[in-house]
Write a protein that binds this ligand. Structure first.
Ligand SMILES: NC(=O)c1ccc[n+]([C@@H]2O[C@H](COP(=O)([O-])OP(=O)(O)OC[C@H]3O[C@@H](n4cnc5c(N)ncnc54)[C@H](O)[C@@H]3O)[C@@H](O)[C@H]2O)c1
Ligand SMILES: O=c1ccn([C@@H]2O[C@H](COP(=O)(O)OP(=O)(O)O[C@H]3O[C@H](CO)[C@@H](O)[C@H](O)[C@H]3O)[C@@H](O)[C@H]2O)c(=O)[nH]1
Length: 445
């Protein structure tokens, strides 16, 4: 089938690559000409496991191409996915202008019936609004072409986006006609591991499901983070508690890992947006408000531990930091815990020595060259002369370090672990002062 994808960010590029991989003919359009030029050379602008190989093979097979030529992309496709990222306005509300611009571009250039699909996370009613927008533009053109607009919200996680998209647990399809639902079922045929993984509903409900799902996951994390504080105070071990809680099949293990806070570009925005939609409709949003406040409060959790140990003057201190990305297996640093830690250390005149398996370039692009930031080639180099090691991301590479080397390389063997990678009892035995999240009695001086 012939597909065009508008917006070649995390969602658009992954979608394009996996559709091309199963044999569909895919053309990607982005308004960023520099980005398109890079993609035409198979130069992928961000790290996502498995993506580069898939993009290269799609291009080699002649099934995947990149262009800024919108008329051609509209003409050459039957299924048109909108994957642009609507920016947030200053007040946090969603700015739909880019999404609407794509819809207008489609209306301007279409010469036959099209099926437009919104994969961007958009407020309830957007699919309907886009349908009206395209129809009115067609009327202005004096055209009686028909168009359908459906919503297939995206549920991938950065770091496992390719695998998530190739074998999705579910595919939510929101469309207001049985014929369109059937077309989309056929399009997704290759990804239906069993007949039950497609969930169909009307477009408004599909749009809303995306917000409800993300809010639910964010709430689980926040609840776990608050429970961790209590565990710490009463002397319980949150890791044992997590295993116990997760073993209840009604709860399960997903998204109950305690952390300093949830970050990334999505959960914080989605929780806030859903709260605002509720407020606008005159509904009470007590839980969403609490989740947002709780997450904001927890951002200072790792810096507070440093304050507790060193006070506010870090001018003679070096803080080693492992993990810059907001989650493992990505180089995305949007709203990452590491940023709060680094910016706090700098505000107290301290120096950061940081290492991340993938996000070093992203970090340099964000903060530039500065004397109080040393990006090291290995995680071991980051430890040199350090007074504390702060772990911000749960990368596999940090799970089994050489603890003797940690002890001999650091000024003082002290670990503040925002990902709960190690056992406090082991650390005690090794003579390393250790603070994890929600480990009662785990900070041993
Ligand atoms: N990243 C995720 O993990 C994730 C997961 C699920 C859903 N989503 C949602 O998917 C959407 C896209 O997210 P993303 O992370 O891929 O965004 P992104 O910022 O990585 O990429 C968006 C791309 O769209 C392009 N673009 C903007 N306006 C355009 C236009 N008018 N025409 C053509 N291209 C245009 C931009 O240049 C950019 O390359 C968002 O609504 C997001 O909320 C993202
Ligand atoms: O048990 C957990 C799981 C995650 N996190 C944190 O939560 C944030 C988000 O992590 P994750 O869910 O892994 O990444 P995202 O790429 O933001 O994906 C989320 O947001 C996407 C966009 O809404 C959805 O598509 C995904 O289903 C949803 O998991 C990160 O800071 C994680 O460290 C925790 O603290 N504890």
């Amino acid at each position: 089938m012939k597909i065009s994808i508008f917006g070649t960010g995390y969602v658009g590029l992954v979608k394009a690559a996996i559709f091309a991989d199963v044999g569909h003919l895919v053309v990607c359009v982005d308004k960023n000409a520099g980005l398109v030029a890079r993609l035409q050379r198979a130069d992928i602008p961000f790290f996502e496991p498995g993506l580069e190989a898939l993009v290269r093979s799609g291009m080699d097979n002649g099934l995947l191409s990149f262009t800024t030529d919108t008329p051609r992309a509209v003409r050459d496709s039957d299924f048109l996915f909108i994957c642009v990222s609507p920016p947030a306005r200053g007040d946090g509300s969603v700015d739909l202008r880019e999404v609407e611009q794509v819809a207008l571009d489609i209306a301007t250039h279409m010469q036959e019936r099209k099926l437009v699909i919104t994969a961007s996370t958009v407020p309830v009613g957007t699919t309907e609004r886009l349908r009206k927008l395209i129809r009115s533009e067609l009327v202005i053109r004096g055209s009686d072409l028909s168009v359908d607009v459906a919503c297939v919200p995206e549920f991938l996680e950065e770091g496992s986006a390719v695998a998530d998209s190739q074998g999705p647990d579910n595919i939510i399809i929101g469309a207001d006609s049985p014929a369109v639902l059937e077309e989309l079922r056929r399009l997704y045929q290759a990804f239906r591991r069993n007949l039950d993984n497609i969930v169909t509903m009307d477009a408004r409900s599909a749009e809303f499901t995306k917000f409800a799902c993300s809010a639910m996951l964010a709430t689980r994390i926040s609840l776990m983070n608050e429970v961790s504080d209590i565990a710490e105070a009463v002397g319980a071990d949150i890791e044992a508690v997590r295993h116990g809680v997760g073993s209840d099949p009604r709860i399960g293990y997903q998204h109950i890992y305690p952390s300093s806070d949830y970050g990334g570009s999505r959960f914080p925005r989605v929780v806030r947006a859903l709260r605002d939609f509720g407020r606008e409709e005159g509904q009470r949003v007590d839980i969403l408000t609490a989740v947002q406040d709780c997450n904001q409060r927890h951002k200072s959790k790792l810096p507070e531990r440093l304050i507790g140990l060193f006070g506010f003057d870090l001018s003679q201190k070096v803080i080693a930091l492992w993990g810059l990305s907001f989650t493992p297996n990505t180089d995305d640093m949007r709203d990452a815990a590491s940023r709060y830690v680094m910016e706090w250390v700098w505000s107290c005149n301290g120096t950061v020595r940081a290492y991340d398996p993938r996000a070093m370039k992203a970090c340099r692009a964000l903060y530039g060259k500065r004397d109080d930031l040393v990006l090291t080639l290995t995680k071991e180099h980051a430890l040199e002369g350090a007074d504390a090691l702060v772990i911000c991301t749960d990368w596999q590479a940090f799970h089994s370090p050489d603890f003797e080397l940690i002890k001999s390389t650091m000024n003082t063997p002290l670990i503040i672990d925002g990902s709960n990678l190690y056992d406090p009892a082991d650390m005690h035995r090794l003579g390393i002062s250790y603070y994890g999240i929600g480990h009662g009695l785990s900070l041993i001086h």
